[in-house]
Design a protein around this ligand. Structure first.
Ligand SMILES: Nc1ncnc2c1ncn2[C@@H]1O[C@H](COP(=O)(O)OP(=O)(O)OP(=O)(O)O)[C@@H](O)[C@H]1O
Ligand SMILES: O=P(O)(O)OC[C@H]1O[C@H](OP(=O)(O)OP(=O)(O)O)[C@H](O)[C@@H]1O
Length: 223
């Protein structure tokens, strides 16, 4: 890892992809990357950076294994995977919440002995309820989680809410908010030490661009 030629960055495809690339392009990175192509590796010979395009949840694995030095990932994946990576920077996109949701009158179920919770995030969910000393039965799903209470598969769900549109469309409501989430820049722990300058230069530029955008927004609001 010490004498590697390239700094390697894992970029998530899916929801966080476009904004990750947009932000990196603003600071002069990710020039060769084109998410619309089916290519998974892009090399910037000039800057000596390699970009790998991976499924969102797998960013954690690539960075934890040191195959990627750094990566962009949702906080939900950091909490779910429980791997030893450094969280370096909060990025100003991918905002959403991790919530418990169900039918309007299902709040009382939260105390049930056998509360059945459907989720794509079993670890995060188990930890949350464990801290509250609440026993639950987790029903692991991989998508369309909102369907579970509708068909009696679970009492409630633990899932991400962004606009609230999916809950609303299925007659469900937020019962309890657990965590605020957003995209994060993460690093492999060893890579961080060996690429300290390069990584910190990237962080500084990212922070600057986020500060500029936030100042622009504040100025616009004031005028
Ligand atoms: N409305 C949302 N729903 C899901 N994730 C969101 C939402 N808004 C922001 N995010 C963030 O985007 C990240 C990636 O979302 P994406 O949908 O690409 O992943 P995924 O659900 O694992 O992918 P796939 O749909 O291919 O299984 C999430 O981990 C989360 O941090
Ligand atoms: O509050 P909203 O803006 O409606 O977004 C929330 C929905 O989006 C995510 O699902 P996704 O679209 O990733 O689909 P999935 O059901 O296949 O996981 C999430 O699991 C919710 O279902």
């Amino acid at each position: 890892m010490m004498n590697k030629k390239y700094l390697t960055i894992a970029i998530p495809k899916g929801r966080l992809g476009d904004e990750s690339i947009e932000m990196l392009k603003k600071i002069g990175y990710a020039r060769p990357v084109n998410l619309k192509s089916r290519k998974l590796v892009f090399i910037d010979e000039k800057q000596k950076i390699k970009y790998m395009i991976v499924k969102s949840i797998d960013v954690m694995t690539y960075v934890n294994q040191g195959v990627a030095d750094i990566g962009i990932v949702g906080k939900d994946n950091i909490l779910e995977e429980e791997l030893e990576v450094y969280e370096l920077s909060n990025l100003s996109f991918g905002y959403c919440k991790f919530v418990i949701a169900g039918f309007k009158d299902s709040k009382h179920h939260l105390q049930d002995e056998r509360l059945r919770v459907a989720t794509k995030y079993p670890n995060m969910t188990a930890k949350y309820f464990n801290e509250k000393n609440q026993k639950i039965e987790i029903i692991k799903l991989n998508g369309s989680v909102e369907l579970a209470p509708l068909v009696g598969l679970s009492d409630v769900i633990a899932d991400i809410v962004e606009t609230g549109g999916t809950l609303k469309a299925n007659g469900l409501e937020i019962i309890e908010e657990m965590y605020d989430l957003s995209a994060k820049l993460i690093s492999n722990r060893v890579s961080y030490r060996f690429n300290f300058e390069k990584i910190n230069d990237l962080i500084k530029k990212l922070n600057q661009v986020m500060e500029d955008v936030s100042n622009d927004e504040n100025n616009r609001k004031r005028s």
